[in-house]
Ligand binder design. Structure first.
Ligand code: HEC
Length: 137
C-alpha cells in the first residue's frame, strides 16, 4: 500500500527513476529473498495467520495441513534473523530471532508428532513483548 502510493506520487512528479534508484539502494540482496519482519509478523500472527490456523487444523485432525503450515512457519523462523532489526542492538536481535526460530521448530515438531496439546502449548512460545520492546519501532 505504501509502495503503491510512493510509485503513484513519483510518477506524477516524473521522478520515477530517482525513487527507484533510492529504493533499490535501501534493500540488500538478502532482503530481496527474505520476507520483511512486518510481513512475517502478519503471516504469523495476523488474521488467519499461522498462530491461529495451525491449532485450528490440529483440532480438526487435519495433520497434513497443520504440518504444511508449520513447515512454512518454521522456514520463516529460520530466516527472520536475516533481516536487519528495525530498531535495537544486533546481538539482542539475533537472540530474539533464535528464540522465534526455536518456537516455530517446536510447533513443527508438535505437528509431526500429531500432538494437539503440544501444538496448543507451543504456539504460546513466543515472547512478543520482549522482542517488540527492544526491536519494534
Ligand atoms: C523476534 C522478535 C519478535 C517477536 C518474538 C515478535 N515480534 Fe512482532 N514484530 C517484531 C518487529 C521487529 C516488528 C516491527 C516490524 C517493522 O515495523 O518493520 C513487529 C511487528 C509486529 C506487528 C505489526 C506488523 C505490521 O507491520 O503490520 C504485529 C501485529 C506483531 N508484531 C505481532 C506479534 C505478536 C502477536 C507476537 C507474539 C505472539 C510477536 N509479534 C512476536 C518482532 C517480533
Amino acid at each position: 500500500m505504501r509502495k503503491m502510493l510512493k510509485v503513484t506520487l513519483a510518477a506524477s512528479l516524473g521522478l520515477l527513476a530517482v525513487v527507484f534508484a533510492v529504493g533499490g539502494s535501501t534493500t540488500t540482496a538478502a532482503e530481496d529473498k527474505t520476507p520483511a519482519v512486518s510481513e512475517i509478523m502478519k503471516k504469523s500472527f495476523g488474521k488467519g495467520g499461522f498462530k491461529s490456523a495451525i491449532p485450528a487444523a490440529a483440532k480438526d485432525g487435519k495433520w497434513d495441513d497443520a504440518q504444511k503450515l508449520a513447515k512454512e512457519w518454521n522456514d520463516l523462523g529460520k530466516v527472520i534473523g536475516k533481516n536487519k532489526p528495525p530498531k535495537g542492538e544486533d546481538a539482542s536481535w539475533k537472540e530474539q530471532c533464535a528464540k522465534f526460530g526455536d518456537a516455530t521448530k517446536a510447533i513443527l515438531k508438535a505437528t509431526e508428532d500429531k500432538d494437539a496439546k503440544a501444538v496448543n502449548k507451543s504456539v504460546g512460545g513466543f515472547n512478543c513483548g520482549a522482542c517488540h520492546k527492544a526491536h519494534k519501532p
